[in-house]
Design a protein around this ligand. Sequence first.
Ligand code: ARG
Length: 575
Amino acid sequence: MTDPQIVLTERVQQALARAFGQEHADADPLIRPSQFADFQANVAMSLAKRLRRAPREVAEAIKTELSDFPGTIEVSGPGFLNITLDDSWIESEATRMLADPRLGVGTITPSQTVVIDYSAPNAAKEMHVGHLRTTIVGDSLARLHEHLGNTVIRQNHLGDWGTPFGMLIEHLLEIGEEAAVAQLEAGQGTEFYQAARAKFDSDDAFRQRARVRVTTLQSGDAETMRLWHVFMDATVRYFNKVYQLLGVTLTDADLAGESMYNPMLQKTCDDLEAAGTAVISDGALCVFPPGFTGSDDKPLPLIIRKSDGGYGYATTDMAAIRYRVHDLKAERILYVVGNEQALHFRMVFAAARLAGWLPDSVSAEHVQIGMMLGKDGRRFKTRSGESVKLMDLLQEAVDRATAAIADRGYDEATTKEIAHAVGMGAVKYADLSVSHDSEYVLDFDRMISFTGNTGPYMQYATARIRSIFRKAGVAPAEATGPIVLAAPAERALGLQLLGFGELVSQVTTESEPHRLCNFLFQTASLFSTFYDECPVTKEGVDPETRQHRLALCKLVLDVLEKGLDLLGVPVPERM
Ligand code: ARG
């Protein structure tokens, strides 16, 4: 383990055990970054109270036990331990990290099976910006878990079933299969839906046919199922175009839409009813998980079968959670879904625990996604008040990226390639860099900017390191250690890099990709300072120094590239 904070924690804990007895071996040494040293340990103050001794005396005792520590320790103030690591320790750890293909990132043992439910657009409607964030955050979580050695099962819980499909299929028949497919593949699902809806509202005969169609669909009639497949396949082809554009790792193998659970719904209800977990209330079959009450103080129902006998969103989610635990053998399930569904998921999880379908050993977590807002602070919409098409938004990002790099003199093909990476990188990074449960303002000017905590800035930082290597006439792979940290800016950068492995683990466990963004941003900023203060390729830099600095550059490059890869942000070779 290279992370200085972890190393310190362990060392101080050992010192505590030696000085005050084994019972203190697990005490939190309260290691924090310090203004006066690399870190400070604040444990002496809290421990002194318990031991009824003077804090400074306790601090001195800890210090004595740390005499073999690779750094200097000073007792200051009321009993802080100010800790400064030896340069040689940071250097040898950084050199080791450079030679480590995993860059100090560990693997989780034992590894877990993690089901990640994300993206999940609705087929009857256009995939809109709201699904963008769950797609991007979910995909990053999938990449992170896989990198730590977990088995990830992606589940794209498409909205591909329900009563609207009656009118959608009837509309498809009226305009002809070919025309319908073309429209859906082109991403005009909303227009398709609206046209069907308009007829449903105004034309009695159409409405009648649509209703009959719902019944034949539910009964599994072969021709109706074929038409449903025509509709769905075209829609999924469009979703796949979006995923491909975004560089999202979802494939058809990850499709597990609502329709997949149809054959399980009756049994889901029967089993819950037979076990007494669900009861009939006002004609509907409901689970009343303890602890949920409505505004009237009455227990709140999770309705799993409506009074007309129909199944709903909650029924499917009850079937899905059982399937994920029982069949997929999930040990952890992440639902990356908008925060407006928080109550739904709390109730589903509670109901599943009640039913015994979600044992305590399995954690189910709603990774809440905050709403995307326009610059006006309202829900992101077009001028005319419609929700914004994802494709239009992505196209705008690419257009803006193209404009931003227009003056760089690249040929058309290269410009296209870079603009694509910059545009997608900007959108994705903007989504990821804000804590996933906060609202987030979609602001093109900000996200496409080459300064600040943005995708283009991070991409630029990596491209700049690559260009240093080009200037040096050295391939990055040829830059090897040792890393030597002579200047303060080098030392600060080295110390920062050592935290990468532990940070990646934490970010994964806590589902917080935005902290990885912060880390990479800090790293890029420290790199910038380093590069200002420590010339690498300039004339007059002695060959040895140059080699040490190139090695440090290489480690930064590796960390930035790996970090961006884990976020799913593409990195163009040059910018
Ligand atoms: N299709 C749903 C929506 O757009 C999201 C589904 C999330 N996953 C789930 N298991 N309910 O709101």
